[in-house]
Design a protein around this ligand. Structure first.
Ligand SMILES: [Zn+2]
Length: 293
C-alpha cells in the first residue's frame, strides 16, 4: 500500500478559468481591441474602434450587398483536375478539403438579386477556397454571370478576393483572364455598367484582368492590391519600395483606383453608381433636354 495517495495537480493557468466561452470574442489584429462577435457582425466585420476590415466570405459578402435573397447560378460546376496535378499534395485532395471547409464547389458564388431595389448580377470570390484562386470553374462562372447580365440587360458587380490564377490548372487558368475580359468587353458594348470591388487581397491574374477593368473600380481600405509580390518587384527593379506600396490608398493616389470606400458605406456607394448609370432617363428631366442635340 502506498503511503501517499493524493496526486498533485498542477496549478491551472488563470486564462483557462475564464467564464467567457471561446469564439464569442474576436481580437482585432490591428488595434488589439476585443470585440463581441455579434457587434462585429452588425458592423459588417469592421472593427468599431480602428475600422480594420476583417475578411468576409463569399456568402457574407453577397448578404452585405443584396437586399434579401438572391438566385445563385451554376452552383454545381466543379473542377475536373484536368492536369492530374500534384505538388506537395494532390490537387484533387486540395479541392476536396476546400469543398468540405467552405461548402462550395469552387472559389466564387455568382448570383442575381436586388441592390436597393436595382436588379443586378454579382459575383463574390471566396478566399477560403484555395486562396480564392481563379481556375477554370471560377472563370466559367464569372463569364456566364456576365453573359447573363448582357442577356437580361443588368449591371454587373464583381467582388475580388484572390491570390490570382490557380497554378494547379496551369495555362487553363491563365486563359480565364482573356475569357472574362472578352465577356466584359461584350458587356461594355451592350452599354451596361460593371463595378469592380477590390478587397484584401486582390493580386496576380485577377488584378491583371477583370478586377482592374471596372467602369468604376472601388477598393476597401488598406486592401493589398497588386500583381507580383513586393519582394519580387524589389529584386527586379533593385529599389526599395515606398511605404504603403500596393495598398488601396497608395493606388488611389496614383490613379489606379476611383474610390476607397469603407465597407459600411459600400452598398450606398454602389447603389449611387448603379442609379447614375441606369439606362432609364430621370423622371424630372425636361423632354426638350432629352431631344436636344
Ligand atoms: Zn481594431
Amino acid at each position: 500500500m502506498a503511503w501517499f495517495t493524493k496526486v498533485r495537480k498542477p496549478i491551472e493557468p488563470p486564462g483557462k478559468q475564464s467564464r467567457v466561452p471561446e469564439g464569442l470574442w474576436v481580437k482585432c489584429p490591428s488595434c488589439g481591441q476585443v470585440i463581441y462577435n455579434k457587434d462585429l457582425a452588425a458592423s459588417l466585420s469592421v472593427c468599431t474602434k480602428c475600422s480594420h476590415h476583417f475578411r468576409l466570405n463569399a456568402a457574407e459578402r453577397l448578404r452585405s450587398l443584396f437586399d434579401g435573397d438572391w438566385v445563385e447560378h451554376d452552383r454545381g460546376l466543379a473542377s475536373t483536375d484536368p492536369l492530374g496535378f500534384t505538388d506537395t499534395k494532390p490537387y484533387r485532395k486540395r479541392l476536396d478539403a476546400s469543398m468540405a471547409a467552405t461548402g462550395l464547389k469552387d472559389a466564387v458564388i455568382t448570383a442575381t438579386g436586388r441592390i436597393d431595389g436595382v436588379e443586378a448580377v454579382a459575383a463574390a470570390m471566396e478566399y477560403g477556397f484555395i486562396g480564392g484562386s481563379m481556375g477554370v470553374v471560377v472563370g466559367e462562372k464569372i463569364t456566364r454571370a456576365i453573359e447573363r447580365a448582357v442577356a437580361g440587360r443588368l449591371p454587373t458587380i464583381i467582388v475580388s478576393c484572390s491570390g490570382g490564377a490557380r497554378m494547379m490548372e496551369g495555362a487553363l487558368s491563365l486563359m480565364q483572364m482573356a475569357k472574362i475580359s472578352a465577356a466584359l468587353a461584350r458587356l461594355d458594348r451592350a452599354r451596361l455598367p460593371y463595378i469592380s470591388v477590390l478587397t484584401d487581397p486582390t493580386t496576380g491574374g485577377v488584378t491583371a484582368s477583370f478586377a482592374m477593368l471596372g467602369d468604376v473600380n472601388i477598393a476597401e481600405p488598406k486592401a493589398l492590391i497588386g500583381f507580383a509580390g513586393p519582394r519580387v518587384i524589389e529584386q527586379t527593379i533593385r529599389q526599395t519600395l515606398p511605404e504603403g506600396f500596393q495598398r488601396s490608398e497608395f493606388l488611389l493616389e496614383h490613379g489606379m483606383l476611383d474610390m476607397v470606400v469603407d465597407r459600411r458605406e459600400l452598398k450606398d456607394v454602389i447603389t449611387r453608381v448603379l442609379r447614375f448609370g441606369a439606362p432609364t432617363p430621370r423622371a424630372h428631366a425636361a423632354p426638350s433636354a432629352l431631344t436636344a442635340t
